[in-house]
Design a protein around this ligand. Structure first.
Ligand code: FEO
Length: 162
């Protein structure tokens, strides 16, 4: 069954949101590079890569349902933060927003009785639990340890292992 035009449009919106996430995390990665935290930069670069994979997962799904992918404009992301802690605060807040976007898509799929799309989105629902959990764990570390040279170096080494 060819995808409904309204759902096609909504999924195109999510493809754009995932690329926007990738762009934001790449910008955060660049900030970490500039602030001598290569482990954090590596972590964010990986995160940016994952967001592109999310976008492509949706892209392939739209195509597989006979839909048309149309890419929207991506605005320049924020490029400066006052601390590493603030970067991860924004990361968590951003993921919480993405979770809401995914939930809205699930609601729409249920309402439209589009069970294939609802099923596909189940992967994203689970992924968001993981994304929020990981961001929370890292943020908790920064909040607990503070940003001393020693704690920053320790956390940076941990994030380099991703
Ligand atoms: Fe694609 Fe981080 O959600």
């Amino acid at each position: 069954m060819v995808i409904d035009a309204k759902m096609e449009q909504a999924l195109n919106g999510q493809i754009q949101a995932e690329f926007e996430s990738a762009y934001l995390y790449l910008s955060m990665s660049a900030w970490f590079e500039a602030n001598d935290l290569p482990g954090c930069a590596h972590w964010m670069r990986k995160q940016a890569g994952e967001e592109q994979e999310h976008a492509m997962k949706l892209y392939k799904y739209v195509v597989s349902r006979g839909g048309r992918v149309t890419l929207g404009a991506i605005a320049a992301p924020r490029c400066d933060w006052k601390s590493a802690t603030e970067v991860f605060e924004q990361t968590l807040g951003h993921e919480e927003k993405v979770t809401q976007l995914i939930y809205a898509l699930v609601d729409a799929a249920v309402e439209m009785k589009d069970h294939a799309t609802r099923e596909m989105l189940g992967w994203f629902v689970n992924e968001q639990v993981e994304e929020e959990e990981t961001a929370t764990e890292i943020l908790t570390k920064f909040r607990k340890l503070g940003e001393t040279p020693i704690s920053l170096s320790m956390i940076d080494q941990q994030l380099a292992a991703r």
